[in-house]
Design a protein around this ligand. Sequence first.
Ligand code: TYD
Length: 204
Amino acid sequence: MTNPGKFITLEGVDGAGKSTHLAFIADRLRAQGHEVVVTREPGGTPLGETLRELLLHRDMDADTELLLMFAARQAHLAECIQPALARGAWVVSDRFTDASYAYQCGGRGIPVERVAALEAWVQRGFAPDLTLLFDVTPDVAEARRSAARTADRFEREADSFFGRVRQAYLDRARAEPQRMRVLDAGKSIAALQTEIAGLLDRLA
Ligand code: TYD
C-alpha cells in the first residue's frame, strides 16, 4: 500500500512573505521524488475559488465569513487534500485552519469555541503534519502590503487588526510547538530556506 503523503501548511499575516517560500518547498519536495500538490485557502477547488472571490471582495458579517471559510475548507478536504494524501502525494497549502483562529478569532473577535466546533465537524481530528508560521513585526508586514497590488478586504484592515492576528498565530504556535514552527520572516530568504529545508528533512 502507498504511504500517505504529508500535509504542510504556511501561515502568517498578510505581508509576511510566505508565498515566496511556497515554490521553494514544492521544488525541494519534487526533487526528492514526491508528487506535490500546491493549493491554497480559501480556494483550492472550483467552488472554493468562487467562495474566495466573495470572501476577499464582498462585505459580510464575521460569522458569515467564518462559515464560508469552513464551507470552502470542507470541499477542499473532500475533493483535493484527502484524495491527494491518500494516493501518496504531499500537499502544501497556502493557509489552512490556523488562519481561521488568527483572522476570525484574533482579528474579528469570534469566540474560539465556534471555530473549534467547526474544525471538529469538518476535520474530524485531521490536522497538518507541519505548519510554518512566517512571523514579522507589524511595520514590516505593512510595508510589504503597501508595496503589493490592490488591497482586498483583509489587506485593508488597520494595523491593530494585524497585531491581533499575529498574536493569535503566536499563541497557537506556543500551544502546539511540535506541529507549528515559528520562522522569523524578517530574515533573509536564503537564511529562511536553510531553516525550512531542515524542517522538511525532519518530516520525511
Ligand atoms: P492570502 O492567501 O494571503 O492571499 P494573497 O496572498 O493573494 O493576498 O489571502 C487570503 C486572505 O484570507 C488572507 O487575508 C487571510 C484570509 N483568511 C481568513 O481570514 N481566514 C481563513 O481561514 C483563511 C484560510 C484565510
